[in-house]
Write a protein that binds this ligand. Structure first.
Ligand SMILES: C[S@@+](CC[C@H](N)C(=O)[O-])C[C@H]1O[C@@H](n2cnc3c(N)ncnc32)[C@H](O)[C@@H]1O
Length: 235
């Protein structure tokens, strides 16, 4: 009996500790991206979208985004949202864990005269009540987040039509080895500097979750180390 009780206590303690570690990590994501907001903003003002994001936006445009709502999860300073508005999406809502990213995105939306159609919120895309939207985009944000199951489930439930994301390439043995090697060195440095970590999530598992939730893959592209994927909800 006593053995059973202490087993239960140990499990509760283990789950509790695990929960606290994850919460701490989520807090760390917001804090470390706060420091990047300025350079993200300068880069966007100077050069617009990076190539991988441009590929995603071009493909979504070709599939048809005009008049549709966009949900930009892990929106950073809102770069993807602003460019998608220029291409004709009706409105966009961005979520990010970093308050400074959200503050910068809100300021940029005013500067660009897009305030009425672009809103930005500081919240966790894996947990927040997300507004249903035709298009959901996670542009290089999945790889910052430890709990992919929760993020995938909450964000894909919000998609009425397209679900798209960009993450580090790990779709072949060689790219997976390279990504894991680079990320483990990066994470070692992050451990020392208390920055947030990068995660190489299992692509097969992501695909299984999406296909079993009635999505089909309609686009796969690459740009350097990035893999760009678009899924469509089967009507
Ligand atoms: C590498 S940045 C990319 C920002 C932007 N999408 C871009 O491409 O410029 C990743 C961003 O995702 C955010 N992020 C990661 N996980 C998130 C989550 N679960 N909810 C909201 N934001 C998240 C981080 O705070 C960070 O600003």
């Amino acid at each position: 009996m006593d053995g059973g009780k202490s087993y239960c206590k140990n499990r509760v303690a283990w789950y509790g500790a695990n929960f606290l570690v994850k919460e701490k990590e989520i807090e760390r994501i917001g804090n470390s991206f706060d420091d990047d907001a300025c350079s993200f903003c300068d880069d966007f003002k100077k050069s617009g979208l990076v190539k991988s994001s441009k590929i995603l936006l071009d493909e979504l445009t070709a599939l048809g985004i005009r008049g549709k709502k966009l949900l930009d999860l892990g929106c950073g300073v809102g770069s993807f949202s602003f460019k998608a508005l220029e291409r004709g999406v009706s409105s966009t809502t961005g979520f990010d864990l970093s308050p400074v990213m959200i503050g910068t995105a809100s300021r940029l939306s005013e500067e660009r005269g897009m305030k009425e159609r672009a809103s930005f919120r500081r919240d966790d895309a894996a947990k927040a009540a997300l507004p249903e939207s035709e298009i959901v985009v996670l542009d290089k944000s999945m790889c910052c987040y430890p709990n992919i199951d929760e993020l995938l489930s909450n964000s894909s439930n919000a998609s009425r039509e397209y679900y798209s994301f960009i993450l580090p390439r790990s779709d072949t043995k060689i790219s997976s080895l390279i990504a894991k090697f680079i990320v483990s060195i990066g994470n070692l440095i992050s451990r020392i500097t208390s920055e947030s970590r990068t995660y190489i999530h299992n692509l097969g598992k992501i695909d299984n979750v999406l296909t079993s939730s009635n999505f089909e893959r309609v686009f796969r592209g690459t740009s350097g180390m990035w893999l760009i994927l678009i899924y469509r909800r089967i009507p």
